[in-house]
Design a binder for this molecule. Structure first.
Ligand SMILES: O=C(CO)[C@@H](O)[C@H](O)[C@H](O)[C@H](O)COP(=O)(O)O
Ligand SMILES: [Zn+2]
Length: 184
């Protein structure tokens, strides 16, 4: 079992190298352009993807590898008071959209992470982010789901396995953080 999982991961990385390198370069460009203009990055996801959102935001406000100034990255998954209030009063599918409404300014980058590309809370957040003039980047998998057409760039990991898709998402997130380190 262990070797099969490792080989499955290796095959997925190879597919990412073969088909997604230009898209990942574009995502790096979106992130570095946003931050170099003094705008901020908002990130959201559910479950494992909430952890990815927090992980990437923490690399920005803390640091990735290089010693550099703190950069504005906010995960919309961390404030349990806001999350429970919004879910209770407006419904769970407004949890990220409502926070985007509060935080987003034109020129910010919203990153929505969903392995299926179909989580309603993420889809609503993309709508609101676009309405507020943000750039929008999706990290998804399978066939990209409804995120196709809802964001400026949807990076669709070529796999149907949630775990493999999540593993590629955090790899892509780390590559984007490396691009940020290279610039600042
Ligand atoms: O981490 C995992 C599975 O590896 C789960 O927590 C997973 O993230 C959750 O089931 C999510 O709700 C799935 O949502 P999504 O990726 O389809 O948007
Ligand atoms: Zn997981």
């Amino acid at each position: 079992m262990v070797i099969q999982e490792l080989i499955e991961h290796q095959k997925t990385i190879q597919k990412v190298i073969d088909s997604l390198t230009p898209a990942i370069e574009q995502a790096c460009e979106m992130m570095t352009t946003t931050l170099s203009k003094g705008n901020k990055v908002l990130i959201a996801g559910n479950g494992g993807s909430a952890s990815d959102a927090q992980h990437i935001a923490a690399e920005l406000t803390g640091r990735f590898v290089k010693e550099r100034k703190s950069l504005p990255g906010i995960a919309l998954t961390v404030d349990t008071s806001a999350i429970t209030a919004i879910a209770n009063d407006y419904g769970y599918d407004r949890v990220f959209a409502r926070q985007v409404e509060g935080f987003a300014r034109p020129g910010d980058l919203f990153i929505g992470i969903s392995t299926s590309g179909n989580s309603q809370g993420i889809l609503n957040a993309f709508d609101t982010a676009r309405e507020y003039g943000c750039q929008t980047l999706g990290l998804s998998g399978r066939d990209g789901g409804k995120m196709n057409g809802l964001c400026d760039l949807n990076i669709v990991v070529p796999s149907d396995v949630t775990a493999r898709i999540q593993e590629m998402h955090i790899l892509i997130g780390h590559i984007m953080c490396k691009a940020v380190d290279d610039l600042f």
